[in-house]
Design a protein around this ligand. Structure first.
Ligand SMILES: [Zn+2]
Ligand SMILES: [Zn+2]
Length: 268
């Protein structure tokens, strides 16, 4: 079977918004021909939501180790987390990531802006046409202070929801903020995630869009990670061959896979 790129953004029933048993994700990865994968369940501390996005690390880690051992002959399973970044919890995040040194990989994501997830229409109602600008500005402020992550998740996450509110979008319009975000990643040696979850949400480009991936390379970015953001098996590894082509067209020859928080390069 042809080798399939490793999926490094995956949710299971350890995430508040998924009821998929981890083994279902493993079976799907095996059926696609993946030889490596990484679970990254949600931990969004101090997120005001009806859904509990706090991860029970003390149940999660032993279960991940059990699965890693069980499947070790057929697939290399890594353990990661998708960490919700917010400035006022920066110290908490530093301590948390020091404590759980077992983790292979940490995605830093921005799901909550001014206390609201742009998933909810009220964010767009309060910010109007400044919604995207606000999102990128806050992202930049956070990554200037917070360094305890490896890859910046779905940089233009907000676009997934902005479309429904009639907002158009191009990299060029927000280039000032986005370039500064990308430069900060390069300076800090962080990766940029190419998230294919956008496709199943009705978009025709990954998060972030091709122009941003290309700009990251132009600014000296070398580390990119690939993730589907699958909350159920159907979208695991979704459109990865296409994402590989996009990344190559942007000038990348490799993507990064993280083990014990260190990148290992794999050919695209
Ligand atoms: Zn996310
Ligand atoms: Zn996710």
């Amino acid at each position: 079977m042809e080798k399939y790129y490793a999926d490094q953004h995956l949710h299971t029933s350890f995430s508040g918004d998924s009821d998929t048993p981890p083994e279902k994700q493993i079976e799907r990865a095996l059926s696609l021909g993946m030889s490596e994968m990484c679970f990254t369940d949600h931990h969004d501390y101090d997120m005001k939501s009806d859904v509990d996005f706090n991860l029970d690390f003390d149940a999660y880690i032993p279960e991940m180790q059990r699965l890693k051992d069980k499947y070790s002959r057929v697939i290399d399973i890594s353990t990661g987390v998708e960490l919700g970044l917010q400035l006022h919890i920066a110290d908490y995040l530093d301590k948390l990531t020091e404590k759980y040194s077992y983790l292979d990989f940490i995605i830093g994501s921005n799901h909550v802006i001014d206390g609201i997830d742009p998933y909810f229409p009220v964010f767009f109602e309060s910010n109007g046409s400044d919604s995207y600008e606000r999102f990128f500005k806050v992202t930049l402020e956070r990554i200037k202070r917070i360094k305890c992550y490896d890859s910046l998740g779905h940089l233009d996450y907000i676009v997934r929801y902005g479309k429904q509110h009639g907002l158009t979008y191009s990299y060029a319009e927000y280039a000032d903020y986005i370039d500064e975000i990308l430069r900060q990643l390069v300076t800090d040696g962080k990766a940029l995630e190419c998230n294919s979850g956008a496709f199943s949400r009705g978009m025709d480009e990954p998060n972030p869009c091709t122009d941003i991936l290309k700009r990251f390379r132009e600014l000296g970015g070398e580390l990119v990670t690939l993730g589907s953001d699958a909350h159920s098996p159907e979208t695991l590894g979704d459109r990865f061959p296409e994402c590989g082509e996009i990344l190559k067209s942007c000038g990348f020859k490799y993507y990064a896979v993280y083990k014990k928080r260190k990148p290992q390069m794999r050919a695209l």
